[in-house]
Design a protein around this ligand. Sequence first.
Ligand code: 2AM
Ligand code: CA
Ligand code: CA
Ligand code: CA
Length: 269
Amino acid sequence: MEKMERNRLFRDAKEWILEAGKEIRNKMSDPFEVDTKSNPNDLVTTMDRNTEKYFVDRIKTKYPDHLLLSEEGFGDDVRSLDGTVWIIDPIDGTMNFVQQKRNFAISIGIYHHGIGEIGLIYNVMEDVLYHAIRGEGAYKNGERLPHLKSGAVLEESVIGLNHFWLCENRLVEEKAMQKLVKTARGTRTYGSAALEFAFVAEGVLEGYITMSLSPWDIAAGVILVDEVGGISTDIDGNQLNLVEKSSVFTSHPSIHRRIIEDFIQKGRK
Ligand code: 2AM
Ligand code: CA
Ligand code: CA
Ligand code: CA
C-alpha cells in the first residue's frame, strides 16, 4: 500500500475510533439492551451494534471499494483478504462492558491484500489508544513502545489466559495447563483479547493464550505485537489465518517455543 494512502487511512481510522469511543462514554449510563448469542454468557448489546454501524457508515461513505469484516454482521461477507479489508470488533470485551462498564476496547485492523498495515486498539474508558503501522512501530497514546527486550524467561513471566484452560476442555489436558500456570510467575485474565494483545505489545504480559478467537478479536493485535518483535500463532505454532476462527497464542519471542513444546504439545488432545 502506498504510504500517502496508508497515512490517510490511519488518520481517518484514528479519528473515527476516538469519536466512537467518546460516544460510548457519553452513553455509558443510558439503558441498553443485552441479548445472548451462542450461549447464555455470549453477550451482545445495542452499543455493540450501534458502534459497528457507525464504522460501516463512515467507511462505506469515504472508502466505497473497501470491505468490512466485523463481528455483529453489518459488514460484508468477507471470505478472503483480497483488496483492502477493515477487520473490526466494535466492542471487544462485551461481558466487561455489561458487568463492569470498563475493561473493553474497540479494535480495528486494516489489511491490504492480506498484509496487516494498520492496527488500532482503543481502551475506551481509560482513553488509551494503542496503534501500529507496519514497519513504523507500535505506539501507546502516541509514544513508541520499545522492542521487546531479549531473554524473557517463563519463570519470570506473566501470562494472560482464561481459567477454562484449567477445566476439562477439548484442546489440551488440564494437567498440562496447570503445570504452565505453576511454572509461570503469574497469570491474568482480562476478558478482552484485543487488550491482552496490546498488553503483550506493551510488555506488561509476556504472553496470551486463548482457545477460540475470530479475526476481529486479533486483527489489530497481531500487527501491534509484530511491530515490537513478538510472535503470534495458533496453539500449535501454525501461522494464523485472518478469515477463520482459531486458537491463538501470542507472546514474547523467547518463551514462545518453550510454552508450545513443553506444555501445550505435551497435553495436546
Ligand atoms: P467479545 O467480547 O468481542 O465477544 C473474552 O475472553 C474474549 O474472548 C473477548 O475478547 C471476547 O470478545 C472473545 N470471545 C470470542 N468468542 C467469544 C464467545 N463465544 N463468547 C464470549 N467471548 C468470546
Ligand atoms: Ca461477542
Ligand atoms: Ca471480540
Ligand atoms: Ca465484540
